[in-house]
Design a protein around this ligand. Structure first.
Ligand SMILES: *Cc1c(COP(=O)(O)O)cnc(C)c1O
Length: 463
């Protein structure tokens, strides 16, 4: 990567488009601790570093775009969740947020369990040495092959998602001479996103079995009758990027209500409940996520209170954070290319990646922030839109952000909080080569997922 080859173009900072989100920050060089991984800092010479290594060095060695993961931060977050929930609960990291073999080993070291939702994720987990009994297998349409592989491997639980799957898993387990531990995923009529939750009367979604209309109770009835299954609990996952605990409160109330009904009808107290994942992180300075210990305290209190009311023994709780563990630990490093000033409209800053490495902005209207990281600048703030290099107008990485007005081609900019659902959702659109994931820790950087190459692309193209 040559970062000095481009002649700088003209720019002005005087035009602010209608409806821009907020005033510029007081100091563009300041890194908000909330959105950056814990070891990220600006060195005295103005370059940002992570794990003790300057991003300019990382760009030279690994190229851009690249995902840089702060391994120390990842391990600390994983440990914080583990510690917060203690020995009487289980923390399952949701592998779909980002999974690689190194991540599996970090999770294993830190005492976490792992959720997978495809044969590919299961293979990755097993190949990196995660014990099968610490793996939970999810999904609304697991194939017969996937189910068979999971049962043969001895996964700790399969989360059943439909009436058909109850029979399917029971049948496969029985034909393998196994009794598979399972949970039933129910939908409790709560949908949570960010700062609010919506209680819906019916359950119009593809996941889970509705509590409404007695369907979940019927699923339990069927599962309890099948020899191939050992029903260990009820599962509920209410949404993602949630800050407000009241959605979990309603969910726990309803899940425990079902446990009570099961006891009354069948005389069994199921030993476990899983409240899913979905805890929010700070993508921008405006977000205020809770700490794992606060979340654990709130969930434990809610479940204990509900169980007391229902005169049930408190079941073992499990949770499934994905984003909340990996999201804040990584950032994406890009090189600035073309800067286009549309007078009176907007300034577009193009980077060498885009929707192929971060689809969340296009897909969910996700908000991100961005910072100049290869140097400091005292120039005035300039409102920009950071876009990618793909053939799509919706190829936006950061919709509205302030960068210094002297930004120039060849500068390095970074988008924080891209650890979750960026590499894992990355595509080859326009035959882009998916960026590497580089783990940085205590002055050492190592590639944990390498950059795709043109040979990789051509290897699949066998026509
Ligand atoms: C996606 C998902 C999670 C993780 O969600 P995050 O928002 O990353 O915490 C956990 N459990 C289930 C069942 C999921 O589908």
């Amino acid at each position: 990567m040559s970062r000095s080859a481009h002649p700088a173009g003209p720019r002005h900072a005087d035009v602010l488009p209608e409806g821009h989100p907020s005033a510029p920050p007081a100091d563009l060089n300041h890194l908000d601790r909330k959105v950056w991984a814990s070891t990220v800092t600006r060195t005295p010479d103005g370059v940002v570093s992570v794990g003790g290594i300057e991003v300019t060095r990382l760009a030279e060695e690994f190229g851009t775009p690249a995902y840089l993961v702060d391994e120390t931060d990842f391990r600390e977050r994983a440990r914080a969740w583990r510690t917060a929930f203690g020995p009487d609960a289980d923390v399952f990291y949701a592998g779909k947020a980002f999974l690689s073999r190194a991540v599996v080993r970090w999770l294993h070291d830190e005492g976490l369990n792992l959720d997978v939702c495809s044969g590919g994720e299961l293979t990755t987990a097993l190949s990196a040495g995660m014990p099968a009994d610490r793996i939970a297998f999810h999904g609304n349409n697991k194939s017969v092959d996937e189910i068979e592989t999971a049962i043969r491997a001895g996964v700790g639980r399969i989360v059943l998602d439909s009436f058909q799957e109850i029979v399917r898993v029971a049948h496969i387990a029985q034909s393998l001479g196994r009794r598979q531990r399972v949970q039933i995923r129910i939908t409790v009529g709560v949908e949570a996103h960010t700062h609010e939750f919506i209680a819906t009367a019916h359950e119009d979604q593809k996941f889970g079995i509705p509590l409404a209309g007695g369907q979940a109770a019927e699923a339990v009835r069927r599962a309890l009758q099948l020899d191939g299954l050992e029903l260990i609990g009820i599962h509920s996952h209410i949404g993602s990027q949630i800050f407000d605990m009241s959605g979990f409160e309603v969910a726990a109330h309803r899940v425990v209500g079902l446990l009570r009904d099961i006891r009354d009808e069948h005389g069994v107290e199921l030993p476990e409940i899983d409240l899913g994942g979905g805890l929010g992180i700070a993508y921008t300075s405006g977000d205020d996520p809770r700490e794992p210990h606060e979340i654990a305290k709130a969930l434990n209190e809610i479940v204990s209170r509900e169980c007391e009311g229902a005169k049930l023994r408190t079941p073992r709780i499990s949770v499934e954070p994905g984003r909340a563990i990996v999201g804040p630990t990584a950032f994406t490093l890009y090189e600035v290319g073309t800067i286009k000033l549309l007078d009176g409209l907007r300034t577009y800053v193009s980077v060498d990646g885009g929707m192929s490495d971060n689809i969340r902005t296009a897909l969910y209207d996700a908000e991100y922030s961005v910072a100049l990281v290869s140097r400091t600048s005292e120039a005035a703030p300039m409102l920009v839109r950071v876009v990618g290099k793909h053939c799509e107008s919706g190829d936006i990485v950061v919709k509205d952000a302030f960068l210094p007005a002297d930004l120039a081609p060849g500068d390095l900019i970074a988008v924080p909080a891209t650890g979750a659902y960026c590499r894992s959702m990355a595509s080859n659109y326009n035959h882009a080569l998916r960026p590497p994931v580089v783990a940085v820790r205590e002055g050492e950087a190592r590639v944990i997922v390498r950059r795709e190459t043109e040979e990789d692309l051509l290897r699949l193209d066998v026509g």
